[in-house]
Each structure stands twice: as structure tokens, then as C-alpha cells.
Design a protein around this ligand. Structure first.
Ligand SMILES: [Zn+2]
Length: 168
């Protein structure tokens, strides 16, 4: 049995030494989650090691999934609008910067947004007072009032997303 620490070429560098010595045996698999070292995405990966004959290097196969996290390591509390099927994570990026002059948002712009939503997706006949209009790219980070950047979200769910952005 060879003893080794080894690294996958690219993203799995972030996982560090994935396999060590005695862990390397047929049928073993392993999962690691790495927060906040990968520009706000955590990676969870699984690798399988297998030997062929007397090879000294095991082969691996990799599977990875990506989870959006903020700098405090919290997973984005995604929300899907059941009427438009839009998600709060649609177009969400991890490299936005704060701007000095966010666009204005008031009852007027909110009313316009609701009208545009109904024109685009049809009328869900909601009580809109139960909904807040969330900016997918927050205004503080340069987001506009364009309907493509907006999604209606119930207040309780919206506050989870607002909190997440506090750790952005
Ligand atoms: Zn919001």
C-alpha cells in the first residue's frame, strides 16, 4: 500500500490533501466541505480510489457539487417564486461591490414593479401587502429596479436573504 498525500489539479486544491496513506484502499470514499476559501462557493466532493494490479498510484473519479455561501460561511437561503418560477439566486454573483449611490426605491417604483410583473407573468391575484420586492442584485451593490432584477418574496423569507447579504 503506497503512502501519499496528493492533490487534484484544480478546484480540489482547496480540499488540501484529500487522501492520506491508509485511507487509500478500494471502495473508500470521502466527503469534505470547504467554506469561504473558494470565492464564496463551498465545494463538496467525493472521490473513489481504485487500484489496478501493482500500480503505485491509485486512480480517482471525482464528483463535485457547489453551494453558494457568503463570507461567514452561511448557505444562501434560496427562494423560488411559485408563480414566475424565478429564483432569488438567478443571476446572483459573488463579486459585487458596494456602490455609493444606490438607485431609489419607494412606493412608486414598487407599484411599477408589480405592474410589470403582472404584465410579464400574468396576475397571480395575490394580496401584495404580503410580499416584498427583492432586488436579486441588491441596490447597495449596484442593482437596478429593472424587472429582471426583481422578485416578490414574502417578508419572513425576505429577511433571511437580507441577513445573508449582511455577511456578503
Ligand atoms: Zn431584498
Amino acid at each position: 500500500m503506497p503512502s501519499m498525500n496528493w492533490y487534484h489539479d484544480d478546484i480540489f486544491d482547496n480540499l488540501g490533501a484529500f487522501w492520506t496513506g491508509s485511507e487509500v484502499h478500494v471502495g473508500n470514499s470521502k466527503t469534505e466541505v470547504v467554506p469561504a476559501q473558494t470565492k464564496f462557493w463551498s465545494i463538496s466532493g467525493m472521490a473513489s480510489a481504485y487500484y489496478v494490479g501493482s500500480e503505485t498510484q491509485p486512480e480517482t473519479s471525482w464528483q463535485a457539487s457547489y453551494t453558494l455561501i457568503n463570507r461567514t460561511g452561511n448557505i444562501f437561503p434560496d427562494y423560488t417564486d411559485s408563480w414566475s418560477h424565478k429564483k432569488a439566486s438567478d443571476g446572483l454573483r459573488t463579486d459585487w461591490n458596494k456602490v455609493t449611490n444606490p438607485v431609489n426605491w419607494d412606493n412608486n417604483t414598487r407599484g411599477t414593479a408589480i405592474s410589470q410583473y403582472i404584465n410579464l407573468y400574468g396576475n397571480p391575484k395575490w394580496d401584495w401587502s404580503n410580499y416584498q420586492i427583492h432586488h436579486i442584485q441588491p441596490r447597495a451593490y449596484g442593482g437596478t429596479n429593472d424587472i429582471s432584477n426583481l422578485i416578490p418574496i414574502p417578508a419572513s423569507q425576505h429577511s433571511l436573504i437580507t441577513s445573508w447579504f449582511n455577511g456578503y
